[in-house]
Design a protein around this ligand. Sequence first.
Ligand SMILES: Cc1cc2nc3c(=O)[nH]c(=O)nc-3n(C[C@H](O)[C@H](O)[C@H](O)COP(=O)(O)OP(=O)(O)OC[C@H]3O[C@@H](n4cnc5c(N)ncnc54)[C@H](O)[C@@H]3O)c2cc1C
Length: 486
Amino acid sequence: MLSSNAMRAFSTAIRGRPLHVAVIGSGPAGFYTAHRVLKDIPDVKIDMFESLPVPHGLVRFGVAPDHPEVKNVMNKFDEVATDDRFTFLGNVHVGGKDLPLSALKSNYDAIVFSYGASEDRRLIVPGEDLQNVYSARSFVGWYNGLPNHRELMPDLDSTDTAVIIGQGNVALDIARMLLSPIDVLRKTDVTDYALEALSKSRIKHVHVVGRRGPLQAAFTAKELREQMKLPGVRFSTDVQLLQSEIANGAEYLNKSRPLKRLMSILEKEIGSPNMLSGDKSWTLDFLRSPSRIIPDSTNNNVAAIEYELNRLDGPAESRRAIGTGQFVTQDCGLILRSIGYKSIAMEGIPFDESSGRVPNKYGKVLDGENEVPGLYTAGWLKRGPTGVIATTMNDAYETADTLAADFVAGKPFLNEVDGVGQKTGSQGLLQLFKDNKIRPISYVDWKLIEKMEFEAGQKIGKPREKFGRVEDMLAVLSTEDLKTSM
Ligand SMILES: Cc1cc2nc3c(=O)[nH]c(=O)nc-3n(C[C@H](O)[C@H](O)[C@H](O)COP(=O)(O)OP(=O)(O)OC[C@H]3O[C@@H](n4cnc5c(N)ncnc54)[C@H](O)[C@@H]3O)c2cc1C
């Protein structure tokens, strides 16, 4: 890799101007890519576009309120934003009619697509659209203040039983939110309206349901331990299945330490006081595939869920669920499907519908076998909607390094077949913003919004009280105060 000085001299000699990079999405993938590109290429200008007025993606709207330590990455993102080569443009959605991707393509040398996964996978069973059947994405968005789901208003006081379909960390986050003592949640940044609903919740029993067996559970040890420590919450599961799967899978477990640790946490619970007492309960149900959701007498609300029972087939490391033709029904008044998030296509870039990803090689967008000059991708959009922030950081760094290597190798960027051309980044978009009444929110503006959130939180002993509506976020900033940082 070139030294900073050599890189700067190289850049200026070739272009006579900075490299203009647009980053779409301000989650971890966007920020970590920006961080590394700023480090790799001194003569660069980065504009980060974000649909919402507020940054940080799922760190703000996904990570559970009782995991404040995870949110410390925001401090790192704040550092990135203080670099004077970086500009945040919140409240600017890319890809719609107001700001089509083509406008970015003509004003930037490179575009990094890191807009995450804004939809979710469905069960595709009858009854899925009944009242009180939600995706984990909307339920998590609701308690975390995502404006789209602010008005979800799940009914938590007409039932004592909730079913969560899926056995990953998001499922356990939700189970914990439903079963935690309300006084614990009061000290977190959970939104005030969600806290109010949770304080009146009658839900006492939460079933966390999977198609296959214990060895296929996708949650991790930390989240499982937290779940086991919830006060007054009894744990139950099919002990016989657990024991036989652990015994039959011994060889496989010896090769996978994290899974072995997970199984030993579950095994330790067998016969423990945690399985014997508690007013509330959580259950790990295995070998069940939802076949239909059954309405109540009004035909509007969920009353029960029906499963087909499965048996397991194949070796321990790749067990398959085979339907047995036997069905069971579980009464419940709330169903949350937590079977995965899903990215959506943006017009103007290749997208693989079957994998839900932008095809890429080390982060460089591919059209068939061919690299597309100037287009890159990072994060959940690049590798699919799985993995924690650390995984996202590593793949964002890979994308940034690919971009920097292309730069050093003198590969063409966007519209550079006939020379580097004139690119001015967001300066070239000002007229479009004006014409389409787009009001970009700068990072300084965001810090003002955040300051108000801290102040509101402090008054009631919470780290922050989030604004849950876009208009409330914007109201913090009077029109005169709106700084576009451009
Ligand atoms: C419920 C939940 C809990 C989690 N908890 C943890 C945890 O405790 N610890 C951990 O390490 N990881 C956790 N993760 C994983 C972590 O959040 C992800 O690894 C990470 O956020 C993915 O980053 P990303 O930048 O790819 O996507 P995102 O974080 O989703 O960011 C994408 C951003 O792009 C914006 N955007 C979308 N479309 C557009 C557009 N057209 N124009 C402009 N902007 C757009 C979105 O508004 C969003 O801000 C959790 C994930 C979920 C879903």
